[in-house]
Write a protein that binds this ligand. Structure first.
Ligand SMILES: Cc1cc2nc3c(=O)[nH]c(=O)nc-3n(C[C@H](O)[C@H](O)[C@H](O)COP(=O)(O)O)c2cc1C
Length: 207
């Protein structure tokens, strides 16, 4: 029995506690993307949201290289993905590489929170996209050295993840069995007691 895209989206929905933002509960990372293009105005909205992410010293160290389907940047980003990710990510209409400057602009001193800020920006990106019905899927599985070289990224920038962005596709568009199984598997998370602590090695009494 195959599930429809809507059925998969529903089963991926997190079981929520009242008061959690609906978009936090509905965001998930598909590997099946439809061939529907993302309107430039929506892509702009996504990055407008990113702009307002908090960052250390308001440095906003993030830079996003955005490749839309058939563009040279898209092809370059795609070429750096590991084989597993190339097996599905090429269906997404947009591939993005997030990087961050590791030096503060005002004095060139090290910004040790650049990657933290980039991660926060990527989370904003994912949630804003989800609020527009657009899916994202981050990937650490790519060759960072190759990406740096082929995209001309200076040494002073640290590389984050590649993000596939587009509309969720039908699960049966995934021809590899392993990918299909992952696409329809329920999502799981650690309970709060494993990561909210009142002292080291002592779970808080939340959750
Ligand atoms: C930084 C980062 C790197 C990831 N790398 C990959 C990857 O290379 N390939 C992949 O298929 N999924 C990758 N993922 C997706 C995670 O496996 C996925 O987010 C996680 O299982 C939770 O699922 P959810 O996003 O649907 O909640 C990555 C996610 C993040 C945030």
């Amino acid at each position: 029995m195959t599930l429809s895209a809507v059925e998969v989206h529903n089963l991926k929905h997190a079981i929520g506690v009242a008061g959690v933002l609906p978009v936090v509960l509905s965001r998930w990372s598909p590997r099946s993307f439809s061939n529907r293009e993302v309107a430039p105005a929506d892509l702009e909205r996504v990055f407008e949201a990113v702009r307002w992410t908090a960052s250390s010293n308001n440095e906003q160290p993030w830079r996003f290289l955005v490749g839309t389907r058939n563009s040279l940047t898209y092809k370059k980003i795609f070429s750096t993905l590991i084989e597993f990710n190339q097996g599905w990510a090429g269906a997404a209409p947009v591939l993005i590489l997030g990087v961050a400057s590791t030096k503060f602009t005002h004095d060139g001193s090290p910004n040790t929170h650049a990657l933290y800020d980039l991660g926060a920006a990527a989370a904003t990106l994912a949630l804003q996209a989800a609020s527009l019905g657009i899916s994202t899927h981050s990937m650490a599985g790519y060759d960072q050295d190759a990406a740096r070289q082929i995209l001309g990224i200076p040494e002073s920038y640290i590389l984050g993840a590649v993000i596939a962005l587009g509309y969720q596709g039908e699960p049966n568009a995934l021809v590899q069995e392993q990918l299909l199984a992952m696409e329809i598997a329920p999502r799981s998370r650690k309970p709060l007691k494993e990561f909210v602590l009142s002292a080291w090695d002592q779970p808080s009494n939340l959750g």
